[in-house]
Design a protein around this ligand. Structure first.
Ligand code: FAD
Length: 621
């Protein structure tokens, strides 16, 4: 057949994980095949049309810092941008964008179609080609055999997917898409530990039937944030408002009366749902004392009347959905365009993976995204990028790479999954990272882009922009440190006017910037010229103002890094470690952590046990 059937990397699935995976390996120069059910759904948002948010934008910016597509597509598709936690410290500040679903998808498809080394093919993958315990390719639904050195599986909610609306159910990958049954059955024959999770989505509403005048308008923030380090305000399409309304006692009564036909409350759904994105029936049940919940009315795009009512995800029967929606202020006459539903799907215990996201049982097979027990586009994209780059490295015969917990939220995500596993859909929060002050969204490029360049993920354009920015930050920081203001000078008077404090001696601009009352713009042009690039100015300000805390955190990291670099042998026999309790031995044997630091993060593994482990491996060596 005169069609390319041999690749370095095959990626199954064109969702958020799959697109980042395929782009990553292709950017590294590996001939890559992206095999997906439907080209029209490349980069499709299955649920809410929004990217970013607390903890999540950190992941998006890290994907961006490694050359990925998500942030660029968000800038092309974002119709309302906000900075969350704007008044809190920079560690927890986050960017969130409401996205036009059609523009977002178009941006992802454009990037994919213009990527060198990437072939896209529309067809379901039904089987894996195996050579012993190594994967060697994929067989499609119509029997086409594609061979490859590595395979990345990113099948999302599609494996054995079952959709529930009330007590009715049918097979599906998500509304309107077929499930992946043959592949799910094939994977179930393999030694992976498979479980079931569930997630849900709200009914969609026709904006023509909604009274916005009784809702609170929520415009985007000014100045408007951009998502990508390469993004520009000019990339953004027209910006529009979201709206806020609330559920009420009547809504809650309607829901309670419908619970006897709820698949969740009648035990039809067994999979565990996302704790932080609960259905409205779950919220009414869990927070029984609350008589109202917020509902964010989010437009799905600039060219559609479809609305996403964020906060009322449900799998109740359609008649209950209609009544509950119509009980909400402003939606008394609402027309439902698509019913809400829940979906149950197969996921794999991520403890069966290595930090590179290669499976422990099948060589050269990598898993990424929702199938690893996570929820969210950002979590999926981050894993996709990591799996794709490692599949590429393997195909090139190079050693794998993953960021440590102190280098990236991607490192935290993967380490949490692999070390702790998960029994409910895992989403990222800033609280999951112990080194928040260092892992900020604003410095994701400074943390990762050089490594990305080394891995072959960063093109010349991004590299030039990054290098320029880095030089400017260094130059400006040096200028602030070496530019002095004399007591009694006109500049000193300006500082006194601003702060009310007397300037009694010589101060450098850097000293002044450390004062809480002063911002970069107040200080930088007292003598000389402030930089014009807002990203550079922001970075200089944060690095100077938080220098003390950042240094302290860095020292802590350096101490722990020694443990992070101490690898635990694959064949370590935990049963024979002197002085360790049986319970801890069992936990370690089950989790088989890759490093001493990872061992210490397993719940129940005490610092004393880590010391015993260290002594044991030193004795062995
Ligand atoms: P997906 O985006 O699901 O992409 C999987 C891709 O693989 C699809 O393109 C599919 O066609 C393709 N595929 C699957 N099997 C095959 C095969 N055998 N051959 C070829 N192609 C295949 N996230 C939240 O954060 N909050 C929520 O509230 C939330 N609610 C959700 C509600 C619903 C109903 C659904 C369906 C998802 C929801 N999500 C939610 C999850 C979010 O959509 C996912 O986390 C995210 O899309 C996962 O990305 P992914 O790339 O892993 O998988």
């Amino acid at each position: 057949m005169d069609y390319p059937t041999r690749f370095d990397v095959i990626v199954i699935g064109g969702g958020h994980a799959g697109t980042e995976a395929a782009l990553a390996s292709a950017r590294m120069g590996c001939p890559t095949l992206l095999l997906t059910h439907n080209i029209e759904t490349l980069g499709q948002m299955s649920c809410n049309p929004a990217i970013g948010g607390i903890g999540k934008s950190h992941l998006v910016k890290e994907i961006d810092a490694l050359g990925g597509a998500m942030a660029l597509a968000t800038d092309k598709g974002g119709i309302q941008f906000r900075t969350l936690n704007g008044r809190k410290g920079p560690a927890v500040r986050a960017t969130r964008a409401q996205a036009d679903r059609i523009l977002y998808k178009a941006a992802i498809r454009h990037i994919l179609e213009n990527q060198d080394n990437l072939t896209i093919f529309q067809q379901a993958a039904d089987d894996l080609i195996m050579e012993g315990d190594t994967v060697a390719g994929v067989v499609t639904q119509s029997g086409i055999r594609f061979h490859s050195k590595t395979v990345v599986l990113t099948a999302g909610t599609f494996l054995g997917g079952v959709i529930h609306i009330g007590l009715q159910q049918h097979s599906g990958g998500r509304a309107g898409d077929p499930p992946s049954i043959a592949l799910a059955n094939r994977l179930r024959e393999m030694p992976f530990r498979v479980g079931r999770l569930k997630t849900g989505t709200p009914p969609r509403i026709d904006a023509k039937t909604v009274d916005f005048s009784v809702m609170e308008a929520q415009p985007g923030d000014t100045p408007t944030p951009v998502m990508s380090f390469m993004g520009k305000l000019e990339d953004h399409p027209r910006q529009i408002n979201c709206y806020i309304t609330h559920t009420n006692e009547r809504t809650h009564d309607i829901i309670r009366a419908g619970l006897d036909r709820s698949p969740m409350y009648t035990g039809v759904i067994e999979g565990i749902g996302p704790r932080y994105c609960p259905s409205i029936e779950d919220k009414i049940h869990r927070f029984a004392d609350k008589d109202s919940h917020q509902v964010f009315i989010e437009p799905e795009g600039l060219t559609t009347h479809e609305l996403y009512p964020n906060g009322v995800s449900t799998s109740l029967p359609f008649d209950v959905q209609l009544n509950l929606i119509r009980s909400i202020r402003g939606m008394e006459n609402a027309h439902i365009l698509r019913p809400g539903y829940a979906i149950e799907y197969d996921y794999f215990n991520p403890q069966d993976l290595k930090h590179t996201l290669e499976t422990k049982f099948v060589h050269n097979l990598f898993f990424a995204g929702q199938i690893n027990g996570t929820t969210g586009y950002e979590e999926a994209g981050a894993q996709g990028l990591l799996a794709g780059l490692n599949a590429g490295l393997r195909a090139q015969g190079k050693e794998g790479w993953y960021p440590r917990r102190d280098e990236a939220y991607i490192g935290v995500l993967v380490d949490d999954l692999i070390t702790l596993g998960t029994s409910e859909p895992y989403r990222m929060f800033t609280s999951r990272a112990e080194y928040r002050l260092i892992l900020r969204e604003d410095n994701a490029d400074l943390r990762l882009t050089e490594k990305g360049r080394e891995l072959g993920l960063i093109d010349d354009l991004r590299w030039a922009a990054f290098s320029r920015k880095k030089e400017q930050i260094e130059a400006e920081t040096a200028r602030l440190a070496s530019t002095w203001i004399q007591a009694g000078s006109a500049q000193a008077q300006q500082v006194v006017d601003k702060t009310g404090h007397v300037i009694s001696r010589e101060y450098s601009l850097m000293d002044l910037l450390k004062r809480p009352e002063l911002e970069y713009q107040d200080v930088a042009s007292l003598k000389g010229e402030a930089v014009s690039d807002p990203q550079v100015a922001e970075q200089v300000q944060i690095q100077v103002k938080y220098a003390g805390y950042i240094t302290r955190q860095q020292e802590e990291i350096d101490k722990l890094r020694r443990h992070e670099n101490t690898k635990l042998p694959d064949d370590l026999d935990y049963a024979h470690i002197d002085g360790m309790s049986n319970e801890i031995r069992q936990k370690l044997s089950q989790a088989r952590p890759e490093t001493l630091a990872a061992a210490g993060r397993i719940p129940g593994v005490t610092p004393a046990a880590v010391s015993l482990l260290l002594i044991h491996i030193k004795k062995r060596a």
